[in-house]
Design a protein around this ligand. Structure first.
Ligand code: 2M8
Length: 423
């Protein structure tokens, strides 16, 4: 396939989406991830809309049909049994009618709903679908600020690395070191049956992941208790920025649809969060830094989590600094944007979220830069993304030096992002 030939790339991307379509939801890729994942689905809906708008709305609606009574949207919905993934529903033990995990993921739904609505050819259908989704997305946003920001500082914490979506990012190393790695049931990983173990998290990281799952399960997945009871509470700038963008977009959408209360509430959340996010800016690093809420210390890690806030309406000067930083990475790498900066502590070019390039984060950074009129760098990120799929197909992630495909293959959100980049 040749990205110089966009129609061929597009056909290939549509084929990947069709292959991973399970009727009312998509799986990220078969084998490695046989269920529905939260932010994968919301971003995938953008690509699905190019094939079938009705089907795109269904993707998000299916996810929201499994919202918890307290408002949380879980990170995995286990629609049908499969033994190719660990941990499965019995390990989570959340007692939901359709089994789900017990943690959440980045709140991209509000952004995705607005983008689908803005582009909809069938505006009447889009308005009806949005009206039904708005209160559910609003309830999820409320859940974040009520349960993950108990002191009202305007920033929410993740309680598990899986919540950030950047599972083994260097950003979590220090906080994860405080999580016990003994005292949970023996387990067998399944991810390493499908992907090279050298490209996946380590055993020590999985041990800590499982300790947290068992700890939260023992607390009955009661979200009013989990935050304070968790030894891992990290304020991730990317996670917060995505939520701020979602609140901003949901406010605009609600306003357009005449839902004044939802609009006012979401706008207020975003307005309170933006100055709080700014306290994470590091002039020295030219990016935002995560904060460990347990120790109240900033985490000195040069990761993509500090660049992703460009997705939110942050000040123009911050956007410009991030644009310059991304541009500068091309002096030392062939492909951008790496999930961790080369030449800094913790960088591993092939290990998952510790260095490889991911098209979803590329998409969000490029979108933010475009909104900030940093068009040249946004275009350069799109070009790099298309070069990668041309060279290496629709992989889960890629080596930023060589472009080698890594992790799972024929990956749904990679395909959806290619459709977006080719628009
Ligand atoms: C990866 O995470 C899952 C756990 O949620 C895993 O490795 O088992 C991450 O890349 C995450 O961001 C993504 O949503 C998920 C499915 O693609 O895979």
């Amino acid at each position: 396939m040749n990205a110089a030939n966009p129609s061929q790339a597009l056909e290939h991307a549509f084929a990947v989406l069709r292959e991973n379509d399970r009727g009312t939801y998509t799986v990220p890729t078969k084998g490695l991830y046989p269920f529905q994942w939260n932010w994968d689905s919301c971003l995938t809906a953008l690509g699905l809309a190019e094939l079938d708008e009705d089907r795109a709305w269904t993707e998000i609606e299916t996810l929201f049909a499994h919202q918890w009574p307290d408002g949380m949207i879980p990170h995995i919905v286990f629609h049908v049994p499969s033994d190719t993934y660990f941990p499965g529903p019995n390990v989570w033990g959340t007692n939901r009618p359709t089994p789900t995990s017990g943690i959440t993921q980045p709140a991209v739904a509000g952004f995705a709903a607005k983008r689908l609505f803005d582009r909809a050819k069938d505006k009447a259908m889009a308005a009806a679908r949005c009206r039904a989704l708005l209160p559910k997305i609003d309830a999820w946003h409320r859940w974040f600020y009520e349960n993950r920001d108990p002191h009202g500082e305007g920033l929410v914490a993740i309680l598990h690395p899986w919540e950030a979506g950047r599972d083994n990012s260097v950003d979590w190393d220090e906080a994860l070191a405080q999580v016990p790695t003994t005292g949970f049931a023996p387990y067998t990983r399944r991810d390493t049956d499908h992907a090279n173990p050298a490209h996946r998290p380590t055993k020590a990281q999985y041990d800590a992941y499982m300790w947290l799952v068992e700890h939260f399960r023992a607390l009955g997945w009661d979200n009013s208790r989990l935050h304070d009871a968790s030894p891992f509470q990290v304020i991730d700038p990317a996670f917060n920025a995505i939520l701020i963008r979602a609140c901003t977009d949901l406010a605009a959408l609600a306003d357009e649809l005449g839902e004044a209360e939802i609009a006012a509430r979401n706008s207020a959340w975003a307005q309170r969060a933006l100055p709080a996010l700014d306290t994470l800016w590091s002039a020295e690093s030219g990016r935002y830094l995560a904060r460990n809420r347990v120790t109240d210390k900033l985490i000195d890690s040069q990761s993509i989590g500090g660049l992703l806030p460009v997705f939110a309406p942050i000040p123009a000067a911050r956007c410009h600094a991030i644009a310059e930083h991304v541009q500068g990475l091309l002096k030392v790498l062939n492909y951008i944007v790496p999930s961790h900066d080369i030449g800094t502590a913790g960088f591993e070019p092939q290990r998952y979220w510790r260095g490889p390039v991911w098209l979803v984060t590329n998409y969000m950074i490029a979108d933010g830069l475009r909104n900030a009129s940093e068009l040249a760098v946004a275009d350069r990120i799109a070009r790099s993304s298309l070069e990668l799929i041309t060279k290496s197909g629709f992989a889960e992630y890629y080596d930023p030096k060589t472009g080698e495909p890594l992790g799972g293959g024929r990956f749904t959100w990679t395909a959806a992002m290619v459709i977006e980049f080719l628009r």
